[in-house]
Design a binder for this molecule. Sequence first.
Ligand SMILES: Nc1ncnc2c1ncn2[C@@H]1O[C@H](COP(=O)(O)OP(=O)(O)OP(=O)(O)O)[C@@H](O)[C@H]1O
Length: 325
Amino acid sequence: MNWTDYHGRLHKTLRQRRLLPKQSRLLVAVSGGQDSLSLLQLLSDLKPKWEWDLAVAHCDHRWSIDAGMADHVETIVERLGMTFFRITAETPVEATEASARSWRYQVLRNCCEENDYDYVVTGHTSTDRAETLLYNLIRGSGSDGLQALTWERPLTANINLVRPLLNFSREETEQFCEQMQLPIWKDIANDNLNYARNRLRKQIFPQLKAHFNPQVEIALSQTADVLQAETAYLQQLATELYEKAYHSKQSLCREPLKTAPVALQRRVMRLFWHTYFKNTHAPSFQQIEELTALIDAPNRSQTSSFPKNIYAVVESDLISFKSFV
Ligand SMILES: Nc1ncnc2c1ncn2[C@@H]1O[C@H](COP(=O)(O)OP(=O)(O)OP(=O)(O)O)[C@@H](O)[C@H]1O
C-alpha cells in the first residue's frame, strides 16, 4: 500500500478526535466525487490498522443528469471487495439541495439501522465547511448555525454521522485522487449556478481569495471549529439556567434570568420557545428579542402575536405563553 501524508493525517485525526473507534461498523457515503472517493480509498487503506467493517452506500436520486453515476461507484466498490448498498429513490427526489440532503440522510440512516452499521461517514472537507459557514452567515444565522458542519453528530441514539476529512481541502482531495489515479465522477450539477452553493464556490470564493485572503477557506473552517466548542459550552450553561427557571411547559420564572448575561437569556428563551412550540415553528430573531425583553419588563407587559395566536405575558415573576382566543 502506498502510505502518503494524507493517510498519516487522517490516521492522526481519527486517533486524536476518537471519531471512528476500532472494530466499528462503518457505512461510507460515496457520491463518486473527489471528496468521497478520497475518503473511501483512505479508509480502505487504514482498515487493517483499525479493523473496521466497511461498506459503501450510494444514493441514487434518480435524476437524469446522474445517469451512470451509481454504476461507476459500484464498479469501484467491487474492485475493493466491499459490500455495496445502492439506494435508489422510489420516485425522483425533488431537485433542490435541501430535499436531496434530507432524503440522503434519511435513507442512509435506514440503511444503517437495517444492516447494523454504527456510523455514516461522509467526505465533507474544510472547503465545504468554509462555504457552509459563509452561506449561513449571509442568511443571518445565529452562532448555532455558524458552527457549520461538525466533525460528528448523532443521526439517531445509536448511529453517528462522522466527517473525518474536515481538515482536508478540496484541492488536497483532488491531488490525492490524481496521485492514486482514482476515477472521479464529474458531477455536472456542480456547474449549475442556480444552486447557491455553486455560486459561492465558483464566484464568491475566488474573489475572496484573490482580493482578501488566499487562505480564506482555512480561516473560515477554523472559525467554525472555535464556534462549535463555544456554542456547545454556552448551550450547556443555558440548559442549566433554563432548568432553574422552568415553572411549566408554558411558564418561566423571571428571577433566575434577571442577572444572567443576554447571551444566556436569549438561549433560554429559545429553549422555552422550542419546548412550547415543539419544532413546528422556528422563532425569528425579533420574536426571541421580544421574549427576552419580558425578563425585565413591568407586570402585564406582553409580546406581539406569535404563531397560532399565541403571545407571551408577564404575570409577576412568571413569563407565560397564552392564547388570544
Ligand atoms: N448521492 C450520494 N450518495 C452517497 N453519498 C453522497 C451522495 N451525495 C453526497 N454524498 C455524501 O455527502 C458528502 C457531501 O456531499 P455534498 O457536499 O454534495 O452534499 P451536501 O448536500 O452539501 O451535504 P451537506 O448538507 O451534509 O453538506 C459527500 O462527500 C458524500 O460523502
